[in-house]
Structure formats: C-alpha cells, structure tokens
Design a binder for this molecule. Structure first.
Ligand SMILES: *Cc1c(COP(=O)(O)O)cnc(C)c1O
Length: 234
C-alpha cells in the first residue's frame, strides 16, 4: 500500500513537471493538493511521509477530525460546498477555503474570523461551465462578488477555483480553464484592495495536465494519489 501512494505521487509530480514545461512555466509554478476525502488517516500519513503537506477535504467534520489526528504542519484545504453554520469549525484549522461562492457565506467567514481573532484566506469558486449541478458564482457575477467580499474584515481573497465538468477527454475542459485564467487576469487588473489573484485552483485527476497548461497554480488530485473512492463515497 505505501509503495502505491509513493509511486502514484511520483507519477503525478512527473506529469505536473512535464505539463509546466510544455507551457513554458517554471517547475515550481504550481503546487499539488492531495485530495484525501473518504480515505483513512493511515493513508494520509503515508502521503505525509512521502512529503505531502497540502491535503484537501470536502466535509467539515472529516477535515476537523483528521486535523486533530495528524501533524500540525499540514495545510488543510476545504474544497467542498460549505454551509454557513459550519464555518466556525474551520477558522484557525484551514489554510484555504476554496469554495466561497456567495456574499452571505463570506460574511459568515468574516464574522467568525473576527470573533476568533484570526485571518482566513479564501478562493472564489466559479461555475465556469454553468452546470446546473455545480456550486459556484457565474463568470459574469464573479468580479462584483470579489469586490463586495474584499471589503470584509479578516477575510482575504487569494484567487479563483473551479470544478470542471466530468468529461471523457480532458481536452474538452481546456476552454473552461482558459476562461477562469482570463477572468483572474481581468480581476487582477482592477487592483482591488485586499484581493490577490495569485492562486488558480483548477484541475483534478482526469484533467490536471490540461489545467496546468492553462495556468493552474494548485491542482487537486485525489484518485490519482489514493486510488478510487467507492461509488457511494463520491
Ligand atoms: C473529489 C474532488 C477532487 C479530486 O477528484 P479526483 O478526481 O479524485 O482527483 C478535486 N476537487 C474537488 C472539489 C473534489 O471534490
């Protein structure tokens, strides 16, 4: 088992480097988040021992449980849909919340961060492909949402995130990755106080190579590192 995770990680990193090289980007231009949802802490520990420090989870309870059990130098990424009543559990434990798509959610994050005297870095989730089933603000509404959130205390926008459609050919998602990159450049050019567009979180096991060619600075890889999740676990 430990051999598998180590080998998978090597494989992903090699492919990441090749993608960055193809795009003429620097070798360290993008980071890897190991998406460990549904996987036991033993497997996360194997990845940790192989050097992983960034883990992604999509449920608050699971993230905070694993946070308690694992080394404190791990950076936890909340990548799933977030309910406002659970925000309080994440402040101080999560390095980055990737899934902010409404002013109301950002206001709750700000309120809790102020209450706890901590800062919280976030990304704005954009539903680039406009899929009914997906969360995220539309491309059209994203810039305005960024400006509104930028005024809130203790919450800091660091970039954009998207979950691209499930496709057979990853190439089909290139246009969405490109659109998110273009949006981030447009927003960066507005020079809004308290807004950075340094992070583009896009690309999963199936399509991270295309995402890297289109400017991703963080890819979120689960299956490609830890193996398949059972159907009911998503
Ligand atoms: C599960 C998940 C991933 C990882 O998906 P894989 O296909 O297993 O790499 C990435 N991002 C989000 C938001 C997820 O929920």
């Amino acid at each position: 088992m430990s051999v598998m995770i180590r080998e998978n990680l090597e494989n992903v990193k090699t492919k990441m480097e090749a993608s960055l090289q193809r795009a003429g980007r620097l070798e360290d231009a993008a980071g890897l988040i190991a998406v460990s949802k549904t996987k036991p802490v033993e497997m996360l520990m194997e990845a940790y021992e192989a050097g992983v420090r960034d883990f992604g989870e999509n449920k608050v309870q699971e993230l905070t449980d694993k946070y308690e059990q694992l080394p404190k130098d791990i950076r936890w990424h909340m990548i799933g849909h977030l309910q406002r009543n659970k925000v309080k559990y994440l402040i101080g434990k999560t390095a980055l919340i990737h899934s902010v798509d409404s002013l109301r959610l950002a206001e709750e994050i700000s309120k809790e961060a102020v209450k706890q005297g901590k800062d919280m870095d976030i990304l704005i989730e954009v539903n680039v492909a406009e899929e009914e089933s997906k969360f995220g603000v539309s491309l059209q509404d994203a810039a305005e949402l960024v400006e509104r959130i930028s005024r809130l205390p203790r919450v800091h926008i660091k970039g954009l995130m998207t979950v691209a459609p499930l496709v057979n050919a990853p190439e089909e998602n290139r246009k969405y990755f490109r659109a998110l990159h273009e949006l981030s450049v447009d927003i960066a050019n507005k020079n809004v106080d308290n807004v950075s567009m340094g992070i583009l979180s896009m690309g999963m096991t199936n399509d991270y190579e295309v995402a890297l060619e289109e400017g991703a600075t963080l890819v979120r890889v689960g299956t490609g590192i830890f193996g398949m999740r059972s159907a009911e676990e998503i």
